[in-house]
Design a binder for this molecule. Sequence first.
Ligand code: UDP
Length: 238
Amino acid sequence: MEKTVQLYEGKAKKVYATDDPRYVIVSYKDDATAFDGTKKGTIRGKGAVNNRMSNFLMQKLAEEGVPTHYVSEINDRETVVKKVEIVPLEVIVRNVSAGHFASRYGVEEGIVFDEPVLEFSYKNDDLHDPLLNTSHALALKLATREEIETIRFMALKVNQVLKAFFAQCGVNLIDFKLEFGRLPNGEIVLADEISPDTCRFWDAKTGEKLDKDRFRRDLGNVEEAYQEMMRRVFGEQA
Ligand code: UDP
């Protein structure tokens, strides 16, 4: 499948049309942003890590019954995915307190929750992605009640599968963000990416952060953390 025109350029990815209207090609960049785009940088090799890891995890999730947008990997940075209409919700699942949960509610990071916390933000850069609940989402007509129920169910299933998988890799899955899309027939599928940009990964033994927090918080060894996560997921052949 060939790229035709560029449809969109986001902070970390470009999206191209193809000769088939059902599909688009996503191209992952090494660019990194944080804090609402105010911090900018480059993480060498990130595009390839995120592309390959996300594709691997999406295939694993599909095997476990979670429908996704994934179609096929073209090369290290580029993937064919189903064209969807993105539901403008950022769906965050948390197993352990960190990031905005800790700052917003005034608790320390590292509190293990008895059950996962599910949270929605309105995906809107101008408004800085405000936190919202189901009734807000319904009032704003961001999704139907049925779609929100499906998204909630799928997000919790994704958490079960990923938490167990990363545990085998010696990694604690602290929290992550998902996005969902609508296919032309109305079916909801998992979209966007699952990567060290969108998840918090802490080494199970040492607690070392192996994700984008190394960039956000200037912790150093950013590239190394992304490569380490590749090794954890793919083994030494990564
Ligand atoms: N996250 C993301 N994109 C966003 C906001 C959050 O991928 O625009 C991810 C983030 O990497 C973390 C989880 O969602 O794994 C929870 O993030 P949080 O709400 O704590 O916000 P953050 O501190 O990351 O801004």
